[in-house]
Write a protein that binds this ligand. Sequence first.
Ligand code: MSP
Length: 713
Amino acid sequence: MAFYVTTPIFYANSLPHLGHLYVMIVADAISRSKRQQGIETYFLTGTDEHGINIERAAQRNGRTPKEQADYVVNYFKEMTAAFGLDSAHGGYDVFMRTSEPFHYEGVSELWRRAAAAKTSSGKESIYKGHYEGWFCAACAAYKTEDEYAKPKNEGDPPTCLIHDTNLDRISEESYFFRLSEYAERLLELYESQPGFVFPQSRMNEVKSFVQGGLQDLSVSRMRSSVSWGVPVPGDPNHTMYVWFDALSNYITAIGFGNEERQRVAGFEKYWPALHLVGKDILRFHAVYWPAFLMAAGVELPCGVVAHGMWVDPNGRKLSKTLGNVIELDVLHKHFPVDAVRYFCLREMVFGQDGRFGYEGLIDRANSDLASGLGNLSSRTLTMISRYSEGRIPSGAISEDKLLQAKRSGVDTDETTISGFVETARTQYMQLFDTFAFSRALEVAWSVVARTDKMISEAKPWDLAKDENQKQTLNAVLYRAAETLRWLAVILYPVMPEASREIWTQLGLRESPSEINPANLKWGELQEGTTIGEVKPLFPRIDKVRTMKAIMEDNKVNEPTPEAGSGTHATEADAVAGTQSAGATTPAPPQQHATEAEAVPGVASYIEITDFTKVELRVGEVLTADRIPKADKLLLLSVDVGEDNPRTILAGIAEHYTPEEMVGKKIAVVANLKPRKMRGHDSQGMLLAASVGENDKPVLATFTEDVPNGARLK
Ligand code: MSP
């Protein structure tokens, strides 16, 4: 039996964040659980590298699209390694890239097969026509009227409801996929396989979308508009629609259309897959993808499972503009990987949206992990080392000691606890198999609570004082240790590191990864086993200190006068700060590329609405002073037309004297979030040109007299 699980392949135009990490963690936990059960498993993740967005980002950065994708892929790979999700750590089997030559071959083969096929009414499945309509580059999708917002001003393009960005008007020759003729077959599929889309509520959405009628789908763009992509077989003037290209990765990765690749991975062996996707891209997976495969005569995936989205603690979407995106390097720096994995699976009720905040993560890590599982493990093992000379004691209580045990509040019938743990294991596995990770973990934690209760009631520290109670004491310690062994096995898919650690501390060999939880038998923990060194599993996280450190790290991502090569604050420096935070910064692929250029995801154009978010004002420098021990900084007070002047720290002291600055009229970014630097609250930023090799700042000033506070537009 084989099992194949996939995550979406992520756009290679921006760096991964918590959302991408989440779906990889879910897929990783599922695949570890399957492997534990002896099922041969293949786990795919990767990057979606073609299309107009990447082409634009590459153009802006003076790179080829492939170089641009390489840059993002490097970062992805570093992050997946840091979070233990790569093959070296027992995670994914393939990091799929759509720029791979074998993918080109495979996807072309799929196209050819679909194009050669006829629909049920005898028409070609793919035909050439003319497309006229609106396209969202960020979604890589054409938009129908109900999917965009009408423009406020006549003549402006409509905007994408998801991204709030302008749509592109497309009017060109295009190949179409005759999706309109697949509605019936799709509905039959949903009828005959009610679990094809999970959860049920998503299945209902998909069904009603298809029932509402399907339009044919434009599946190519003129090469002159989008050149970075797979050419349409037999018509190189056209580039394949990026979703046709991207979705096919799931089969080309395992050798569809390429024999060599087939030998490496095994299409025959692993296909069909279970696709794990965010609800944002469900339609592509549950409607378009099966239709493409039906046309090409390829077996359909076994299912599409849609998860919800992470939002911030206030329920807002995570976005760069709001500054609430959870950066992976910051997350990795401050939290144990297993705490992040646990939080993701415990906090999000699978399928629904979940709130992610650092404080919530710290609270859960402290309560459930440090005080919960971690404490149970260390108190049990410490008592074994203290009262049982570091060896697993016998769990048996002889007839003549039963009464004493009972008097001390210890259940003399061991099956009460073993029964509890066995039932929990079975429930846990069932819940895990139906993606109810949060509830599965609640069940596991009921075992932690039950065992804690057993220990607190039996009071081993009192039992240890009475030689007659030695057997009772041993029985309690054995039960706690055996429960820990079970917990290590069932929790392995969620927390591989912590589970291995419990295992080693219990003095066990092999690995919990190799034990099928279904085969666990109570009592298999061997009496006499010498336990390992007892170490805390999850050190407590100091909330105040950690929150402060995270805020400091996030500040590195904001403009700083000292950051980067220049001596003054510019947006470029700010971006450089983002890139240099943490130890996981990938090297830019080209030597001449500055960090700022190297940032993928920086769009070539911004909208006027983006620009108006920046409040630029005329300011007059009233006072200027040097700051002790900060050679580059000047402390300015600047009148920007408000009741009180602003304090602004500017990294210009090597190029401007305080005397020169006083009386200057300058351009100030007035709505930049204030930040503390060198003990002062800096309440804005000056604008300056960066000149020459040393990035000498030359202040932006005015050639005519302007009132303080006047807005720059
Ligand atoms: N390239 C397409 C997918 C092609 S698959 C053939 C794409 N890429 S993406 O980079 O935008 O990744 C989308 C996926 O990332 C979502 O479906 C989801 O799995 C994950 N997430 C991105 N942001 C997320 C949250 N805020 N919360 C949870 N997961 C999210 O779409």
